[in-house]
Design a protein around this ligand. Sequence first.
Ligand SMILES: *Cc1c(COP(=O)(O)O)cnc(C)c1O
Length: 398
Amino acid sequence: MTTPERHLTEPGQRTFPDATAAEWSDWRWQMRHSVRTLAQLEQLLELTPEERAGCVETAEIFRMGISPYYFSLIDREHPFCPVRMQAIPTKAEARVRPGELLDPLGEDKTRPVPAIVHKYPDRVLFLALDTCSVYCRHCTRRRITKGGEAELNKEELRRGIEYVRAHPEVRDVLISGGDPFLLSEQRLEELLAPLREIPHVEMIRIGTRVPVCLPMRVTDALARTLRKHAPLFVVTHFNHPKEITPEAREACERLVDHGVPVENQAVLMRRVNSDARIIKELSHALLRMRVRPYYLHQMDVAQGLEHLRTPISKGVEILEQLRGHTTGLAVPHLAVDLPGGGGKVTLQPEYVVEHASEGTVFRNFKGERYVYPEPEETDCTCPYDSVWMSQRPRTPSR
Ligand SMILES: *Cc1c(COP(=O)(O)O)cnc(C)c1O
């Protein structure tokens, strides 16, 4: 555990002076004291008119909820603080533009049971609950996390598990929601254990923002529960290096130390992190705590989020400034999840200049021209493969 005293001296906690150190490091205390209303917010910081209007106008559209810990990272002097922009609504969020979608990824078309989105051949998204530790202003699954639409009760979880059991093609289950780490260890166990027992489920992933917004939730008990169900990967959601605090670092390292690999998916957001320098610093800070940058997501075309969308060219430009210039592991895949349900596609800068008779002509990260001569033989079939296919174990060993 952390030395709780440390928090008392940090400026952030002065926002919540009544919290004892023990309370501050108790995730349930954090959840009980989430900032949920305009009145609470106004007691804690001076809102801009845009923010005040945002709170009023989005009240019926989407929940607000900010853990005291995450709130404490907000710069109360600056409305463009990246934490603040992710936590406090602005007027722009209440505006729906033509073409914006309630279900931007067309998930409801591929939702055979309420808890499952089955869009890709060999993997499913499992929606385990509809609550979060912080309601991100950029949430594109808000039709679910706003509550009500998907009351994911025990019966629906059971139907979700049954669906996976009945579909042998599903070898990868990505559990999300809402934030699965808000479930107790016992509830998580009730979900993970039956999934793990299904022979064709080779791996499990859990998407969570808890290491970012509620790092005290990542206890040894949680990490042990996850490790038991290996191979299980945690996919977290840091968007800015400001979010990588000693507490967040401790949470990620606790997972990794227990044998649970952690990956990060960031969302590219205009004026929050839409700059190569920031993404590079984020990637470096992630790698220093053994978290691998996985995706950099182009913002979905979801209702009320146009103000956070970047031109497609921005993400490509950022990758251009990473690839070659820094560690390959620090370069995430730039993904666009196509509006309407097309799924994810990835983009990268174009390095092929032309296909010439001398070979394929490239430019490298410095803009220099190089030729890769093509081989004479092009038959790429693997003669040993039929032998291997007959020899390899039927069920993949773990
Ligand atoms: C993103 C996503 C996945 C996982 O995609 P990967 O590229 O394997 O990480 C699975 N299902 C749905 C519906 C998704 O949106």
